[in-house]
Design a binder for this molecule. Sequence first.
Ligand SMILES: [Mn+2]
Length: 385
Amino acid sequence: MRLLHTGDWHVGRTIRGRSRAEEFADALREVVGIAREEAVDAVLLAGDVYDQRSPSPEADALVFEALVRLYEASIPVVAIPGNHDAASRLGALAQLLRPIGVVVVPRVVPPSDGSLVEVASRDGSEIAQVACLPFVPERRFGDAAALFRATEAWYQSYAEGMGRLIEAMCEPFRPDRVNVLLGHLFTDGAIPGGGEHQITIGIEYAVSPSRLPATASYVALGHVHRPQAVRGAPSPTRYAGSLLQLDFGEREQTKSVAIVEAHPGVPAKVREVALSAGRRLVDVRGTVDEVLAKGRGLPDAHLRVEVLTEGPMPGLNDRVRDELPNAVDVRISYERVEAEPAGPPVSSLASRDQFISFYRTEHGVDQVPAEVLDAFDEVAELEGA
Ligand SMILES: [Mn+2]
């Protein structure tokens, strides 16, 4: 059978406060299109469906539309929450989603209580059993472990416990089935994409790839935003990566979905299908003229602009933003002059001299530009200072 593995949609994510709804709509349409063209038997959605625990109605509409389109194409979906999703919210939605072929396993439960999801191929010749392992926050690990016959060894570390949890979740794997583990977790050695929350990417959360099941046909992971195969795992294992370049750490990454050809008793074969939807995130650096020229040549990208100048240039930030409407981040950079040896305490100065002292330290310059001082005087006058 053939499966499409995607995850880390993060629908609702903005970039420096700007909506990316159109990009999400395009990217989700592209994913649904690939699922149809490839005639996949199911979609595996590996968590972080939403960016926020309380998503906006707009984000909901985008996700619901994608799920309904898959239903119309008779493509079932198996989904788990990631660390960004509210498991309880997805759990409530699960009831509504079930009749349209979307099975959500919102929290860690033993296989006999619903975490092992069966999906048949269209022709009925093969059956996949998907062991669903939602993200387990460290503080909740005890609750998850308590559902199994956890021994003391489980509690030695998160990684060790997760290894045992994975083992228990995959225990029902059978050689006559396509066995899949669907999880949202961080494996040791994975290269972060840059848009993840750092706190959940770290050594204490890292599960050794060797703890992933050897009996799996395929392991479909979410959490890391750079699409990649996981080295050192006993079965074919991948992070699908995110849907869009979510932050500047993810610039230059081609996003993709994985098409998984799986049959019982053999390791799956995996193909990456690149996504073209969504704008690129691009760094632009140089003098004012350089950044404006480069930026005008990239009208479809979200730009992070760094302007190199000799010193502070009031109004430059606004000018760059005016001329490059797609600049989402503008910084002015110049070399800072070494701070002067301390004079009298700033608090003993008149407000104008306090401001001059502040400005010189803050901007690392000797002279406060005349127009800035004029502006200060104007404000000071209004304030009656
Ligand atoms: Mn994520």
